[in-house]
Design a protein around this ligand. Structure first.
Ligand code: BGC
Length: 713
């Protein structure tokens, strides 16, 4: 450590100012694969440095990579160890593509269900989000790749994302929106990316309080702070607030060149990129070039700030061995990565309802229905898009697993993917060619789907949404005619199973008409195999909801002032009461509560005891004749707080996952997070009120099986 500091210090003294300025501003990647690129300084042995998107897979331009399940699916496993493993796999793939830093994980809280990027985030619960943030960071960095926690902070909607001001009070920031970032810092994250939005009136790249004072000061973050792409607004403000690296550093036209190689078309020239909602202005770059030199000459930015920026960046390069030229080759598309992508997809699948129709019998005749059954749902649109080497569609997965007859009917028109990239006039997509896209012989019809359902033993209907970065969903309904398709099939079929693939909660108005319902998120390349393994019972559906499912009007941020905001401001007036905390406080019934998810097994809980102030112990018995996976959840119910201070009814404090063979009983210890007992007091910081706290232990936030009191003094 001391050696690294000396070494980086010596380098900083040896660099000229020109060289330092080049290290804090991105440039075009000569190889054209990176999302962000920093040229090195050859004479001093500082290597060039590549940053690449993103949380679901490595998005090196024009190249393939393993397409992992979306972050929300990962979080639905409730098992941070899988986050560690996914992070490590992403890092190995990044190295195989010659990349040095990953622009992942995305750790923003799921505040509004409409947010187009919820699939890239973990949860509405700060503890769950924090555990997964730490897991991914540890996984990535254990492989000597730099992780980037993004987008700091309160980037909770895509609507007007480049401009919206999040008006949020200090306690809410501390208890809800900051914990996942803090956990990433505690896990040693090398980089934090600032968000596009403002918080309490200040653009995040200029936010002295949140960047310099809280992130770097209070939390002791020693890595570098990178801007989001075209996310800088000023030179002096950003430099003095603690921003260390401008990305991508050059205007979009310099990075990609005009789309057709013949110069922009008239239409492209007319397109006012900056005026498109959610699209950053790609002409705004170079704040850290000459303008930074001038600001230092003027005395507006202290010269040692530039040294600090460089020190922070080089410190990370040193930490992962890049200054020693230590780069192993990594690995991509290995059997291990493919298996992991499938395992996470299985474990993240949430069985919301099951009247006993599942698991399917091997020999059942199955109608596989749905507009997109011929293609895997890889993810949402935007910077996290990944092109896999191979992928399995639901139709393929079901056909290869089924022993009975499989008939396929699309039913209604295909739901088309949406992508941020389709809205960027100057960006040419360099994804590898799509292979094997099926041509359809005829138009789909609901009649055809009904006929298939009538002649089968069971109908499995696959439905999905389509979400993207830079755009929120208009509503929580399934798009197109999919609700009508489900209703018709459910009326005709003897038994109907619905599998939803979505980037967040959706409304399921037909749920009482179907025999089983699963939420499988965006499962990535293993889609078909993973869902077939769950439906046929080869694997227990391991997932639990990391977000509450409810009707749109029942969520807390329904008033326009809260979301999407009025006159450019979204007021976080619900405060602490995000997600299940709102439903609990308002006494409102969600459709499916936070933490919910069935297993094919059936569990009995014994009485919980507190082994010490931070651990509760409970015996869990598997009553079923098959192995099952249980997610034991502990929530803390605080005693009444001093006058005028609100506390949620319950807060997630700990989770333990176990695999239990048929008939087995195990004692499970759930570690409780200290902050679940505490509240943030703007004057005193984190405080724990004395008194008796009730720890609820159970299967979801609304399915408490046993409780135990824990005293605090
Ligand atoms: C996104 C970031 C991403 C960056 C680079 C931005 O539009 O908000 O998450 O890492 O682009 O692709």
């Amino acid at each position: 450590m001391a050696d690294t500091i000396d070494r980086v210090g010596r380098l900083v003294s040896a660099l000229t100012r020109e060289e330092k300025l080049r290290l804090v501003r991105g440039a075009p990647d000569p190889e054209g694969t990176a999302t962000g690129y920093v040229p090195g300084v050859e004479r001093l042995g500082v290597p060039e440095y590549r940053l690449v998107d993103g949380p679901l897979g490595v998005r090196a331009e024009g190249e393939r990579a393993t397409a992992f399940p979306a972050s929300l699916a990962l979080a639905a496993t409730f098992e941070p160890e899988l986050a560690r493993r996914q992070g490590a796999a992403l890092a190995r793939e990044a190295k195989a593509r010659g990349q040095d830093a990953l622009l992942a994980p995305g750790v923003n809280l799921v505040r509004v269900p409409q947010c187009g990027r919820n699939f890239e985030y973990f949860s509405e619960d700060p503890l769950l989000a924090a555990r997964f943030a730490a897991g991914v960071v540890e996984g990535i960095q254990g492989e000597d790749v730099i992780a980037t926690a993004k987008h700091y902070v309160a980037n909770n909607q895509e609507r007007n994302r480049t401009d919206v001001n999040a008006a949020v009070d200090e306690r809410t920031l501390r208890e809800r929106y900051l914990p996942a970032f803090r956990a990433a810092v505690e896990a040693g994250v090398g980089s934090v990316m600032t968000a596009y939005n403002r918080v309490n009136g200040t653009h995040m790249s200029d936010h002295r309080y949140l960047v310099r004072d809280v992130l770097k000061g209070e939390w002791g973050f020693e890595g570098y702070v990178v801007s989001d792409w075209y996310g800088l607004e000023s030179t002096v403000g950003a430099a003095n607030a603690g921003l260390d690296l401008e990305m991508p550093g050059v205007p979009v036209t310099e990075l990609h060149g005009p789309a057709d190689g013949d110069g922009p078309t008239e239409a492209e020239e007319d397109a006012d990129v900056a005026s498109l909602d959610g699209i950053p202005d790609g002409t705004r770059a170079g704040f850290f070039g000459e303008p930074l030199a001038d600001a230092i000459d003027d005395g507006a930015v202290p010269a040692d700030r530039l040294d600090d920026m460089v020190r922070r960046i080089l410190g990370q390069l040193a930490r992962v061995g890049l200054l020693d030229g230590r780069r192993d080759d990594g690995a991509i598309d290995t059997p291990e990565h493919r298996d992991l992508a499938e395992r996470i997809a299985v474990r993240g699948t949430v069985l919301l309802e099951n009247d006993g129709v599942l698991p399917l019998e091997d020999g059942a005749n199955v109608a596989v229905i749905g507009p997109n059954v011929h293609e895997p749902t890889l993810g949402g649109g935007g910077s996290s898009e990944t092109t896999p080497f191979s992928a399995v569609s639901p139709r393929e997965g079901m056909s290869s697993r089924a022993a009975g007859e499989v008939t396929v009917a699309r039913g209604v028109r295909e739901i088309e993917d949406v992508s941020l990239f389709d809205r960027l006039p100057f960006v040419e997509r360099k994804s590898p060619e799509d292979e094997g896209v099926e041509e359809h012989a005829s138009d789909p019809s609901i009649e055809e789907a009904v006929a298939a359902a009538e002649s089968a033993d069971v109908a499995v209907v696959f439905v999905r949404d389509a979400t993207t970065e830079a755009r929120d969903r208009d509503d929580l309904r399934l798009p197109g005619e999919q609700d009508a398709l489900i209703e018709s099939v459910a009326a005709a079929a003897e038994r109907t199973v619905v599998v939803v693939n979505s980037g967040g909660p959706v409304e399921v108005p037909w749920r009482e008409d179907v025999e089983a319902l699963l939420e499988a998120w965006y499962p990535g390349q293993a889609h078909g195999d993973a869902i077939a393994a769950v439906l046929y019972g080869d694997r227990d559906p391991g997932g639990r909801l990391p977000v509450t499912f409810a009707r749109e009007e029942d969520y807390p941020a329904t008033e326009e002032t809260r979301y999407p905001g009025v006159d450019g401001e979204a007021t976080y007036a619900e405060g602490l009461f995000v997600g299940y905390r709102h439903f609990d406080a308002a006494g409102r019934e969600p459709t499916y509560p936070f933490g919910h998810g069935h297993s094919y097994a059936d569990f009995r809980y014994g009485d919980a005891t507190a082994t010490d102030r931070a651990t509760v112990r409970v015996a869990v018995e598997n009553l079923a004749e098959r192995t099952g996976r249980e997610v034991v959840q502990a929530y803390v119910r605080p005693p009444a707080a001093p006058d005028g201070i609100a506390r949620p009814v319950r807060e997630l404090a700990g989770v333990a996952t176990i695999e239990l063979p048929a008939g087995a009983t195990r004692t499970v210890d759930v570690e409780l997070d200290e902050r679940a007992f505490a509240r943030y007091d703007p004057e005193r910081g984190w405080v724990t009120d004395a008194g008796r706290y009730v720890v609820e232990v159970g299967r979801s936030s609304r399915d408490v099986r046993t409780t135990v009191g824990v005293d605090r003094d």
